[in-house]
Design a protein. Structure first.
Length: 94
């Protein structure tokens, strides 16, 4: 696999992982965090992008590692996900 393909696929894993990690570790509003006028009641009082990016990177590295190990070792071949019958793809022989 080319390095450009590796980096593009890793970026896709990272972006997907960001949305998976985003809802975790959010803090609810309590007495320590002041309400800002104009802010939605359901909005979290604070958000740490750095912490979320770090956890996203950890999850993306694990998922991409599994993907790349499968790519190299062929644990789950592409043919496993062949959902279209062969006669539709190659025409009817009979």
């Amino acid at each position: 696999m080319k390095p450009t393909s590796i980096s593009a696929i890793f970026f896709l894993f990272w972006a997907l992982s960001f949305f998976l990690v985003l809802p975790f570790r959010l803090q609810s509003r309590n007495g320590d965090n002041a309400y800002v006028p104009g802010q939605a009641e359901s909005a979290p009082p604070s958000f740490s992008f750095g912490r979320t990016a770090l956890w996203t990177t950890v999850v993306a590295v694990i998922l991409f590692g599994l993907y790349y190990a499968n790519y190299v070792n062929g644990w789950i071949p592409v043919e496993t996900f062949n959902l279209v019958p062969d006669n539709v793809v190659y025409g009817n022989d009979g």
